[in-house]
Every structure is written in structure tokens, then in C-alpha cells.
Design a binder for this molecule. Structure first.
Ligand code: NAD
Length: 361
């Protein structure tokens, strides 16, 4: 099992070190190789995704990714910015399905900004399509308007588009995921206004015919944004496009208490995947040893389950995280009175100790 380890920038190096420590504790044989990505790679090689890093990622069964970015790179040309490394990896590895499970651990019910009864027991899965939508559609750019409300004015434009096979494959992923859970898919669109999302709705409905055991509901994105904070437990699997998924999955992260708790997986058709926390490089707290490593550790668990076919090891990590939280240890982002504040490294050590206990036990 070959894992490419790409820590990246900011807190990326701190949190990935803890996830690697956790993987090393398991009685499994991994070949792990580390490479630079993002701003760190730009500093060393002049590019955020050097050829050598890309080659390593492509040859691996899975990529464990930290985070990239720093405000100091904001003035670079867009292709050289750290964030381009993620887009490059998604493109070259053919990653099209982004899984973000939002689970509220009982011990963190108080850390969420929502009422306990709204989020306790929450376990939903957001599946975001990654290859299409307005993020990649051509043409795009700036020009002088020839029509509209201000002809002759400077304007910018993007193109929203989805092909039928793109929608079909993400719909299949969502229905299959729902079959292993509570058998309900909510497809989020804006079919009342956008042609692209009327098409999305039609294609998802067509694919649904192959999954009669799974319930399908359609929901407009504005309503979905509201329902996610009003009654999130009504959802099971949510499937949506690239842009709506980007926004809704960050909204869902706050249901779990902190963005530092939310793992993610991006998969291609061969189950090769990129696993990363849902948060960024957090330059505001980088180097202080206070970042929460649990989203990255839980991403490593997803890696074991989805790409490395080690579901038992994944469950061992997840239950270790649960027992560490139950013991009252918290990083600063999830700390509340009556619990014990620990550093990034202490939190990683505690998860390692909990796993070691189950192996010995
Ligand atoms: P961010 O997710 O890095 O941080 C948002 C807030 O959450 C900050 O206050 C931060 O301290 C906190 N936070 C994030 N992760 C945490 C953790 N594990 N533990 C405790 N607190 C945590 O988002 P941002 O500030 O908007 O972006 C910072 C940089 O990260 C930017 O350069 C952005 O482009 C980049 N970014 C990268 C990725 C990625 O690598 N996949 C994703 C999002 C943003």
C-alpha cells in the first residue's frame, strides 16, 4: 500500500505529522513517501505542484494531504498560487467525487453554535461533484459588455455547465453510498432558475430508476442552506454540484463543532483518492502547536476504508478519536469549560495511545 504524503503549508505540516504517527501505530505495512506541495513547493521548485510531486501522487494508492496556502502568495499569478496544486491533483488524478461526512460526536454537542437537540446524533454525508460546474466551464473572462443593463461597461463572466455522464456518475456514487446508510438521497439544485440544474435534476431522476430501494428528494439550494441549520438530521446523503457543494459542506462543518473535526475524501473511478481535512492552512495559528489534528486523522481513516480496503483499521482510528474526546481532551478550537486543553501533538499522542490500548487489549 503506497501513500503519498503531502503536508503542504501552514498547519498542514503539524496535522499531517500526527496522522502519520497514527498510521504508523497500526499493525499494517505502508510505504509512505513525503513531497512538497503548495507554497512550500513554490519556494523550493518555483511551482506549487512540481512534476516530481505529481508523479508520486499518481503512482500512489492514496494521497494524504494537509493544506496549502498563505496570504503572502496572494499576489502571485493565479497558476503559481498554492491552491492551484489541489486543482492540478484533482484534474490529473481524475478525482470527481468529494465525500464530506459531518458527524457530531456526543462530547462536542456543546461546541456547535446550534442547539444540542438540533445536532446531537447528527451523521450526514455531503457528496460534492468536483469536475464540472461554473468553476471550470469555458468561456470565462473579462470583456466589454455588448448588451445587458450597461452596454459598453467592463464586465466579467463565467460559464456553468454539466455533461450527462458527469451527473450520472456522481448520482450513482450518491445512491450507492445511501444504500450503505439510511437509503435517502437529497439532490440539491437550482432548477427553478438555472438550465444546468434543471438538467441535473432530470438526470439524477433518471439514474434513480436503478435504485428503487433508495428514497430521492430534490431540494433547491437556498432551502437546503436553511434546512441544514434548521433540521440537519433530516438529511442522510446530500449530492450536489461543485459550487453549491463547496458552500454547503463548509456550512455543515459548523454543525460538527469545528472545521478542525471535518475530514474529506476525493475519489476517482478506480478508488484512488486524495484525503484531506476540510479546512485550509490556517496561517493565523500555524507554528503554534494548537491546531486540531482530528480532521486529518479522520481523513486517514477514510483513506483506509475507501482506497486501502482496511475497514477494520479505519474503525479502530474512529473509535480511538471517540474515546479521546470522551476522556475530555480538547484542542483550543473545541475546548469548553470542564475539559482539558491540549496541543496538536498531545492530541495525536492520545489517539495513538487509545489505538495501542485496543491492539494490546
Ligand atoms: P482556514 O480553513 O485555513 O481557516 C479558517 C479558520 O479556521 C481560521 O481561524 C483557522 O485558525 C481555523 N482553523 C482551520 N483549521 C483549523 C484546525 N485544524 N484547528 C483549529 N482551527 C482551525 O481558511 P482561511 O483562513 O480562509 O484560508 C487560509 C489559507 O488556506 C488560504 O490561503 C486559503 O486559500 C487556504 N485554503 C486551503 C485549502 C486546502 O488546502 N484544501 C482549503 C481552504 C483554504
Amino acid at each position: 500500500m503506497k501513500i503519498a504524503v503531502l503536508p503542504g503549508d501552514g498547519i498542514g505540516t503539524e496535522i499531517v505529522a500526527e496522522a502519520v504517527k497514527v498510521l504508523d501505530t497500526l499493525d499494517l505495512k505502508f510505504e509512505m513517501e513525503t513531497a512538497l506541495v503548495g507554497g512550500a513547493a513554490y519556494e523550493a521548485h518555483g511551482h506549487p505542484l512540481p512534476e516530481s510531486t505529481l508523479k508520486l501522487a499518481m503512482a500512489a494508492d492514496a494521497v494524504l494531504f494537509g493544506a496549502v496556502g498563505d496570504w503572502k502568495y496572494d499576489k502571485l499569478d493565479r497558476p503559481l498560487r498554492p491552491e492551484q496544486a489541489i486543482l492540478g491533483l484533482r484534474k490529473h488524478m481524475g478525482l470527481f467525487a468529494n465525500f464530506r461526512p459531518a458527524i457530531c460526536y456526543p462530547e462536542l454537542v456543546g461546541a456547535s453554535s446550534l442547539k444540542p437537540e438540533v445536532i446531537s446524533g447528527l451523521d450526514i454525508l455531503i457528496i460534492r461533484e468536483l469536475t464540472g460546474d461554473i468553476y471550470f466551464g469555458q468561456p470565462r473572462g473579462r470583456r466589454t459588455a455588448v448588451d445587458g443593463h450597461f452596454p459598453g461597461a467592463e464586465e466579467a463572466f463565467d460559464t456553468m455547465r454539466y455533461s450527462k455522464p458527469e451527473i450520472e456518475r456522481i448520482a450513482h456514487v450518491a445512491f450507492q453510498a445511501a444504500r450503505k446508510r439510511n437509503k435517502k438521497v437529497t439532490s440539491v439544485d437550482k432548477a427553478n432558475v438555472l438550465e444546468t440544474f434543471q438538467f441535473w435534476k432530470d438526470v439524477v431522476t433518471e439514474v434513480h430508476a436503478q435504485y428503487p430501494d433508495v428514497e430521492l428528494e430534490h431540494m433547491y439550494v437556498d432551502n437546503a442552506a436553511m434546512q441544514l441549520v434548521r433540521a440537519p438530521k433530516k438529511f442522510d446523503v446530500v449530492v450536489t454540484g461543485n459550487m453549491f457543494g463547496d458552500i454547503l459542506s463548509d456550512e455543515a462543518s459548523m454543525l460538527t463543532g469545528s472545521i478542525g473535526m471535518l475530514p474529506s475524501a476525493s475519489l476517482n473511478t478506480k478508488s484512488q483518492g486524495l484525503y484531506e481535512p476540510s479546512h485550509g492552512s490556517a496561517p493565523d495559528i500555524a507554528g503554534q502547536g494548537i491546531a486540531n489534528p482530528l480532521a486529518t486523522i479522520l481523513s486517514a481513516a477514510m483513506m483506509l476504508r475507501f482506497s486501502l480496503n482496511q475497514p477494520e483499521a479505519a474503525a479502530r482510528i474512529e473509535s480511538a478519536v471517540g474515546s479521546v474526546l470522551a476522556s475530555g481532551l480538547r484542542t483550543a478550537d473545541i475546548w469548553s469549560p470542564g475539559t482539558t486543553k491540549v496541543s496538536t501533538r498531545d492530541m495525536g499522542d492520545a489517539v495513538v495511545a487509545a489505538i495501542t490500548k485496543t491492539i494490546k487489549g
